[in-house]
Design a protein around this ligand. Sequence first.
Ligand code: HSE
Length: 379
Amino acid sequence: MTLASKAKVAIVGYRGMVGSVLVNRMLEEDDFALIDATFFSTSTHGTPAPKVGKYDLGLIGDANSVEELSKYDVVITCQGGDYTNEIHPKLRATGWQGYWIDAASALRMKDNVSLILDPINKEQLKQAIAQGQKDFAGANCTVSLMLIGLGGLFTKGLVESAIVSSYQAASGAGAANMRELVEQFGAIYNDVAEDLADRSKTMLDVAAKVQTKLSTDLPAPYFGAPLAASLIPWIDAQHDHGFTKEEWKGHVETNKILGFADNTIKVDSTCVRVGVLRSHSQSITLKLKENLSVEQIEQLIAEHNKWAYLVPNEKQATLEKLTPTAVSGTLNIAVGRVRKLSLGEEYVSIFTVGDQLLWGAAEPLRRMLRLVLDAPLDY
Ligand code: HSE
């Protein structure tokens, strides 16, 4: 993008969870120095924007005003898919030629939209920009986290297929769901606190009381079922052939990010919501095209990018480094438990953990902004 002055960038949905993480990261990396930014909201427009570090962003814009948005060179939206479906076509219908950078899934599978994951597909993104493409979407969080963690295998064409079991945090479902999970933990504890203190009560007594609480009296309006002390093996809407939409995304988005035709790499997932706050974990069984040793596999992973972080397949290292607790709030993608399986020499099992809100959502967006501005990026 060549502009005489700083690019005008509209940031829509800046107050939501992904939007807040995005703004924090942009501040940490001083992205605001490169742009003339304005926050946009569907509800608080016309009021002064909160100060961002040393930057005063003026008044909040009206996110529903296509006319206002059309004055911007770049729109970054974390407002969600309904907003995209409503505003994006109207904005394009005005002839607007700016860049649309979107966290939502609404546009992801359209032909003229690239999925953003530049440590994996930088050349694809640069080529798309050079060819005049204007719409870009962040990918599904589990896909992004898997590909950055295992980029050294996927980008080298070494993977024939993958079977993924995910352990997805509440953050992927939204702020209200995270709150619900913490409240559920609290409600369960409050119910049995006296029994825990009473040494005459056995753990079976306590567990029975927890079970009663879970099955009869634990509010779960957002998840629809208790998540604390339980799990939910269903994420997103129903899709075809018994898959959920989240599981379908794992397959189609992996191939799209890698620039492959659909079905080049088969990715079969079972996506599970677990009582974790903000990092997604995945147990991945890869069928490789070559019989690589564990050492070769680890080397390929470690060499590929600076965020994939190898954890030795040992108990203490795993407890310290391969957990949501160790990874949350960082850009590290921990990769461990690497081992060959008895299924055959080309099968390898790997466990990976990454922060759903960082590489899984906000980070690719700010990096895409730098790509369209032709600004420096670290690799
Ligand atoms: N669909 C994901 C989840 C969010 O529910 O965890 C990240 O794309």
